[in-house]
Design a protein around this ligand. Structure first.
Ligand code: DLZ
Length: 154
């Protein structure tokens, strides 16, 4: 039998930091609610959760970098919502945000989960923030818990 490592969904004692963008806050507030719900359901104590608001998704990597530094969090969530407009802004911000968040995880060794929606329309974003297609904030928080336990087991 191969040795298999599985990250359990138990967040007891885990410290989780959440960076959430205010831009498109009608969506990101729902992502945050979903994330907090998932953390509570998986035994992460409210007192072990830190929420930091930043202006937009562009700023998320820097905030995540600070949150991941100095062993202050076991996992970091980046929550944001990018909706494609008529200018190339979307592509620049989405690319840098994704790259930056990934880099923070790789450089810090702390699981940093990408909970940033990139959609064409507000409706698509609403669907992914709890309306029809689940809540990506909830999913991001579950991923964070699993990853902390995977990394602890490796
Ligand atoms: C400027 C901007 C635009 C056009 N669109 C979005 C968006 O859809 N989602 C988002 O999170 N942020 C957006 N921003 C703001 C940038 O992320 C950033 O906050 C500003 O450019 C200031 O650096």
């Amino acid at each position: 039998m191969p040795r298999e490592i599985i990250g359990m969904l138990d967040g007891k004692g885990m410290r989780v930091a959440i960076a959430v963008a205010r831009f498109n806050s009608q969506i990101t507030d729902r992502l945050l609610e979903g994330a907090l719900d998932a953390l509570r359901r998986n035994h992460v104590a409210d007192g072990d959760v830190t929420v930091v608001r930043c202006p937009g998704s562009w700023e998320l990597p820097l905030v995540c970098q600070r949150l991941a530094a100095n062993n202050s969090a076991d996992a970091v969530l980046a929550l944001g919502c990018l909706i494609r407009g008529e200018t190339p802004h979307f592509d620049y911000i989405a690319a840098e945000c994704a790259k930056g968040v990934a880099q923070v995880g790789m450089q810090s060794g702390v699981p940093v989960v990408f909970g940033v929606l990139t959609t064409d329309t507000v409706d698509q974003a609403m669907d992914r923030a709890g309306l029809k297609s689940g809540n990506k904030g909830f999913e991001a928080a579950v991923t964070a818990i699993e990853m902390v336990n995977v990394m602890r087991a490796l």
